[in-house]
Write a protein that binds this ligand. Structure first.
Ligand SMILES: [Zn+2]
Length: 266
């Protein structure tokens, strides 16, 4: 598989993966969604909650807050020497203490204080609960690594998708130069070059085929490559998108190796 990064901005990466088939592309997508571990709050100890929100709802909201994940320092609980009981190698404690005085206050994800500076909230602007006058919240929360297989809160990606690489061809002998395709294409991939219609940024093509409908039959053909895919990966902020892709590839490779070893024993 050859990877070319098309665009990278903040937590989103667009890349072209070549030399793979659709099954592999989908396996990679599903691995990113369900097998790459990320930190999330999994246990909450509510010491005081005089807000109007039930403890359970508050705990659920806290579980969904994306946490910056340090995969090097933490083990998955099932792989840890403590056998999942919880220790400093598989668990991180976060605390939250907030009280409203004479004014109501909003408690944000940024009010959570982590014992590990490497495990912090990915965004500090997620509202958790509103406290009315004199209401108070004292909470201890325990975060751990998990995978999307267990619970969607452990998914490190908010979006992971792929599309076929479009091939747009203009048949000059059938083109009447009406320029309708230039007008109707929502992605603006056609342009008039002298008296010839040419294409630009064809990777943007969404294959809607409006141009095919507008033009003379056979003048424009839209096809796709069957061994290349355009991926879009948007991280929740838990891991960088590059790390998610790399980690997913490693996990997929290992799973294939285990499957082949198993097949060899049959
Ligand atoms: Zn442990």
């Amino acid at each position: 598989m050859e990877i070319t990064i098309i665009h990278r901005q903040d937590d989103v990466i667009h890349f072209l993966a070549e030399g793979i088939n659709v099954s592999f592309a989908n396996a990679l997508r599903r691995t990113m969604l369900t097998r790459v571990p990320a930190m999330a709050i999994d246990e909450v100890l509510v010491l005081e909650n005089t807000s109007v929100m039930y403890d359970e709802i508050l705990a659920h909201r806290m579980g969904l807050v994306p946490l910056v994940t340090d995969l090097e320092s933490y083990n998955l609980p099932q792989d840890c020497d403590c056998e999942g009981k919880g220790c400093s190698l598989c668990q991180c404690t976060l605390t939250l203490e907030k009280e409203a005085g004479s004014e109501e206050v909003v408690v944000y994800s940024g009010d959570l204080t982590s014992q590990d500076p490497k495990v912090t909230v990915a965004s500090d602007k997620i509202p958790l609960v509103k406290l009315a006058q004199n209401q108070r919240l004292i909470i201890e929360a325990y975060a751990r690594l998990g995978t999307g297989l267990e619970n969607a809160k452990f998914q490190p990606v908010s979006t992971v998708s792929y599309k076929y690489v479009p091939i747009v061809e203009v048949e000059e002998s059938k083109c009447t130069k009406c320029e309708a395709c230039v007008e109707v294409c929502p992605k603006k991939i056609f342009k008039i070059n002298g008296d010839v219609i040419t294409t630009q940024s064809t990777l943007d093509c969404s294959m809607c085929e409006i141009c095919v409908q507008e033009c003379e039959p056979g003048a424009i053909t839209i096809g796709s490559k069957n061994d290349a895919f355009l991926f879009k990966v948007e991280s929740t902020g838990a891991l960088s998108p590059e790390t998610i892709v790399e980690k997913a590839s490693e996990i997929l490779k290992e799973r294939v190796r285990v499957a082949l070893d198993f097949a060899g024993t049959l």
